[in-house]
Write a protein that binds this ligand. Structure first.
Ligand code: UFG
Length: 328
C-alpha cells in the first residue's frame, strides 16, 4: 500500500516508517521538523510540511495516490499541554481535521491514529482495558480523545475506517542503532536515566516515593518502540482487509516502578545510577498498566521484546552511540 506517515521524523513515527518500508509498503512522510529529526527518516519520500497547510495535504493525497494514513504528528508533552492548551487543540485536533478533510476529498479510506493511555486519566482498575471510562486528566489526553471522537463521526458520515492505538510508555530504540528517542527537552524516564549514567545530566529525580505502590514510586507499562511499530503495520493491513473501525491498547501488560527502571538500567550499564527523591509531578497516576488482550486476539499482535531489560539495553545502545549526533 502507499501510506502517508504524518510525524514520520519523530521518535515513534520514524520507527513506524522504517517497519512499513521493510514490510514492502511505499512510504511518504510529512513532518514539519519542529520535534522531528531529518536524520530519522531512513526510507521513503520525505516532505517537509505542516498539517496546517490544507493545500499541501490535498496535493500529497492526490499526487502521491495515497491509500492509507498513519497519523502520528502531534504535540505530546503532558506538562506543556497544561500550560498552553490552545497549542494542543490546534495541532492535535484542528490540524488533524485538515488531514481528514484531505482524505475525504481524495477518497483515502484508512487511518491508523496514534492515541495514548492519557485518554483514561486516573485509572479505576488495573489492567486498563479499552472499555475503561476515558476521562483525561490533562489537555494532551483530551486532545487525543477529541480526535478519536472525530474519527468516529468521519467513519459514520464519510466511511473512513480507523484504528486508534492507545500507547502506554513507548521506550527503546531500533536494532539498527540509526534511530531512537531524542526529545528536546527530554522528559521521559528511561532516556533521562541513561543520560545520567552517561554523565550528560547532573541530577536524576524520582518524582515522588509516597505513592500507594510496593516501593512508593509510580508504576508504568513500558513497550518497546519496535513492538509498537509492528502493531501499526498489522492495523493498516487489517483495515485494508476490511476490518471495521476500533480502538486498541498497546502495552506489555507488565508494570515496573520508577525504582525498578533505575535499578534495571544500572544492571544494563554496569554501575549504580544515583537518584534523588523529588516532588511528585502533578497529574501522574500511581499505576498505569495496559491490557492488550484485544489486539493480541484480533490482530495476532505479540510483543517480541516484552522484557524491561531488553528494552533498556536497546535504548542504551542508542544513547551510548550519541543519538543522532553519533550518526554524523
Ligand atoms: N519520572 C521520574 N523522573 C523523571 C522522569 C519521569 O520519576 O525524571 C517518572 C514519572 O513521574 C512517571 C514515570 O517516571 O511516573 C514515567 O514518566 P515518563 O515521563 O517517562 O512517562 P509518562 O508515564 O508520564 O508518560 C507517558 C507518555 C505520555 C502519556 C502518558 C500517559 O510518554 O505521552 O504516559 O499518562 F501521555
Amino acid at each position: 500500500m502507499k501510506i502517508l506517515v504524518t510525524g514520520g521524523a519523530g521518535y515513534i513515527g520514524s520507527h513506524v516508517a522504517k517497519k512499513l518500508a521493510e514490510s514492502g509498503h511505499d512510504v511518504v512522510i510529512i513532518d514539519n521538523l519542529v520535534k522531528g529529526h531529518r536524520e530519522a527518516v531512513l526510507q521513503g519520500k520525505f516532505i517537509e510540511g505542516d498539517l496546517a497547510d490544507k493545500g499541501l495535504l490535498d496535493r500529497i493525497m492526490r499526487e502521491e495516490e495515497i491509500e492509507g494514513v498513519i497519523h502520528l504528528a502531534a504535540y505530546s508533552l503532558v506538562g506543556e499541554s497544561m500550560e498552553k492548551p490552545g497549542m494542543y487543540y490546534e495541532n492535535n485536533v484542528a490540524n488533524g481535521l485538515n488531514l481528514l478533510e484531505a482524505m475525504v476529498k481524495n477518497r483515502v479510506r484508512y487511518i491508523v491514529f496514534s492515541s495514548t493511555a492519557a485518554v483514561y486519566g486516573e485509572p479505576l482498575e488495573i489492567p486498563i482495558t479499552e472499555t475503561h471510562p476515558a476521562v483525561p486528566a490533562n489537555t494532551y489526553g483530551e486532545s487525543k480523545l477529541f480526535f478519536e471522537k472525530i474519527l468516529e463521526r468521519y467513519d459514520q458520515i464519510h466511511d473512513i475506517r480507523y484504528i486508534s492505538l492507545r500507547y502506554f510508555n513507548a521506550a527503546g530504540a531500533d536494532s539498527s542503532g540509526k534511530i531512537g528517542e531524542a526529545h528536546d527537552p527530554e522528559t521521559h524516564l528511561i532516556p533521562i536515566v541513561l543520560e545520567k549514567a552517561l554523565g550528560r545530566r547532573e541530577n536524576l529525580y524520582i518524582y515522588g516515593d509516597d505513592y500507594p505502590t510496593a516501593d512508593g514510586t509510580c508504576i508504568r507499562d513500558y513497550i518497546h518502540v519496535e513492538d509498537l511499530a509492528d502493531a501499526h503495520i498489522l492495523a493498516v493491513k487489517a483495515l485494508k482487509d476490511g476490518l471495521d473501525s476500533r480502538i486498541y491498547n498497546l502495552g506489555n501488560g507488565e508494570g515496573y516502578s520508577v525504582k525498578e527502571v533505575i535499578n534495571t538500567a544500572g544492571e544494563v550499564v554496569g554501575k549504580e545510577i544515583k537518584a534523588e527523591i523529588g516532588e511528585r509531578r502533578p497529574g501522574d497516576p500511581a499505576v498505569l498498566v495496559a491490557s492488550s488482550e484485544k489486539i493480541k486476539k484480533e490482530l495476532g499482535w505479540e510483543p517480541l521484546y516484552p522484557d524491561l531489560k531488553q528494552i533498556i539495553e536497546s535504548a542504551w545502545r542508542w544513547h551510548k552511540g550519541g543519538g543522532f549526533r553519533g550518526n554524523d
